[in-house]
Design a protein around this ligand. Structure first.
Ligand code: CIR
Length: 260
């Protein structure tokens, strides 16, 4: 099944070393290494048959390589979000240009103050969008998103988060009813109907895999996640994201994946 033909990424900037982190004990990202890992990421995406649009690094925003957060792209429209992290809010202005290359103005929607929303909190399962109520995404942001999605015949389901930064930090959909779940997502009632693949606590970061046209990209260093995904029958590609992990970033945050 081919679902995506386009991907947008942004090169990490030097300031990526000062990205927001909840784990300072992991140390700061090493810029050169982050760039190499980003190159490998782009190569892996290309192997999955997508066209990759690479945006220039933006030094004003240390976390701007995580393009998943300032926008959300659905099959019917693109939504410019309103990131809840103050230092990231301006990223929404910088992603619009890239979105306009794929969507006409009347198919671009906006989350507005006082609503906040980050794309990392949104997980697409066909026409249903699960949205984490988090420190970055508030109830008003989710309400606005629901209104937008309803307009296009889609819907959203709110999922209150307890510990993680973003929804997709701990749960990711691999199509075919398969879902990787870690930590608080193992028992959440919202995901009962899916074939849940439980990620052990020590590999929780590995739950952030991405499905791209029947290949699943898995972060390097999470052997039981890799095996579980392969046992489900998927082709896999491995990408090292250790430099991004230091600032709470993973595979999904580094790209916007869509059909246009
Ligand atoms: C942040 O705290 O915003 C970045 N350091 C990490 C963003 C990760 N994005 C994501 O999970 N979608």
């Amino acid at each position: 099944m081919v679902k995506f033909n386009n991907v947008i990424v942004r090169r990490p900037c030097r300031a990526v070393c000062d990205g927001i982190t909840s784990a300072p004990e992991l140390g700061q990202p090493i810029y050169e290494k982050a760039l190499q890992q980003h190159d490998t990421y782009i190569e892996a995406l290309k192997k999955c048959g997508v066209e990759v649009t690479v945006l220039e690094a933006d030094e004003r925003y240390p976390d701007s390589c995580f393009v998943e957060d300032p926008a959300l792209i659905t099959k019917a429209c693109a939504i410019i979000t309103n990131p809840g992290a103050e230092s990231r809010n301006g990223e929404k202005e910088e992603i619009i240009g890239a979105i306009r290359k794929f969507f006409p103005e009347d198919k671009i929607e906006y989350i507005k103050d006082p609503g906040t929303l980050e794309g990392g909190d949104v997980m697409m399962v066909d026409d249903t969008f699960y949205v984490g109520l988090s420190a970055r995404t508030n109830a008003e942001g989710i309400r606005q998103l629901g209104e937008i999605l309803n307009k296009y015949g889609m819907k959203c389901v709110q999922v209150p988060l307890e510990k993680v930064l973003h929804l997709k930090t701990g749960v990711n959909y691999l199509e075919h009813n398969n879902m990787l779940v870690a930590g608080e997502f193992i028992t959440k009632p919202e995901f009962e109907q899916y074939n849940k693949v439980v990620v052990p606590e020590e590999e929780a970061y590995g739950a952030n895999c991405i499905w791209v046209n029947e290949t699943v990209i898995v972060p390097e260093g999470y052997p039981s996640v890799l095996k579980a995904v392969q046992d489900l029958g998927y082709e896999t590609l491995i990408v090292d994201t250790s430099e991004f992990r230091k600032i709470d970033g993973g595979l999904s945050c580094l790209s916007l994946r869509f059909w246009a």
